[in-house]
Design a protein around this ligand. Structure first.
Ligand code: APR
Length: 234
């Protein structure tokens, strides 16, 4: 580990599980009682906007009832203390990384607390209920604000920046993701191609476990603080 300087961390729903935010691919195959394709696709939004907006309004409201856990806090500490390059790429749309202190952070699948006006393209922080069809502060149009979230079939955000970081990192770490959704699931192979060491921390082996140099199985709230402590103490 002595020659590690540049780090990319990828996180998924598993890192927020111990905070009480449900993961996507639970044993029943449902996400908070819905099939993913009924709430997380542009087609679902076109078919039943009330259902989709209300679903995300509930997820946004729930953020006020959850707190970052030791895994988020440990990444916040890593961000504050790591002298080299660091990019934390999260697939999560919650705000627990920010609240855990992470700054070198990118939300590749968007954010619950951001709204996107389809009338004018404006994206900005959003609190409240989209199902009440608020007015866009930028253009004044009513009822065109949708969740600023990357749904299935849409392009994740900031891929160029992510690919640049993957191509220069010495260590790629994946935390709490099932490895079922691309392009994030392919990051481990990109990083390896450019010579990075790769480490996975997950409750159980992800679909891409085979691609990692090392896999640590267990709870993120325990594994991540241990890993950060080890890294920072050299
Ligand atoms: N600690 C570590 N890992 C955990 C924990 C925990 N406490 N609890 C669950 N996990 C693991 C599960 O074993 C699973 O492998 O986290 C993973 C969560 O997987 P998913 O629910 O598939 O979530 P994620 O990988 O983030 O999904 C990717 O899919 O639906 C889309 O856009 C959505 O960003 C999401 C993407």
């Amino acid at each position: 580990m002595a020659d590690i300087r540049n780090i990319v961390v990828l996180t998924g729903a598993g890192i927020s599980a111990e905070s009480g935010v449900p993961t996507f691919r639970g044993p029943d195959g449902l996400w908070e009682g819905h099939r993913v394709e009924d709430v997380a696709t542009p087609q679902a939004y076109a078919r039943d906007p009330d259902l989709v907006l209300d679903f995300y309004d509930q997820r946004r409201a729930k953020l006020h009832t959850v707190e970052p856990n030791p895994a988020h806090d440990a990444l916040g500490r890593l961000d504050a203390e790591w002298p080299g390059e660091l990019l934390i790429v999260t697939q999560n749309v919650d705000d627990l990384h920010e609240r855990g202190g992470a700054k070198r952070l990118l939300h590749m699948h968007g954010e619950l607390k951001s709204g996107w006006c389809l009338a004018c393209g404006d994206r900005r922080p959003f609190e409240g209920k989209m199902a009440e069809r608020p007015t866009c502060p930028a253009c004044g149009a009513r009822g065109h604000i949708r969740p600023d979230i990357v749904w299935f079939g849409e392009m994740p955000y900031q891929m160029e920046r992510i690919e640049a970081a993957l191509s220069t990192c010495d260590l790629f770490v994946s935390i709490g993701t099932s490895g079922a959704v691309y392009p994030a699931a392919g990051f481990v192979q990109s990083a390896r191609q450019f010579g990075a060491q790769t480490l996975e921390m997950n409750l159980d082996p992800s679909e891409g476990s085979f691609f990692f140099h090392e896999s640590r199985m267990g709870k993120a709230g325990e594994l991540v603080p241990e890993w950060v402590e080890g890294l920072l103490s050299g």
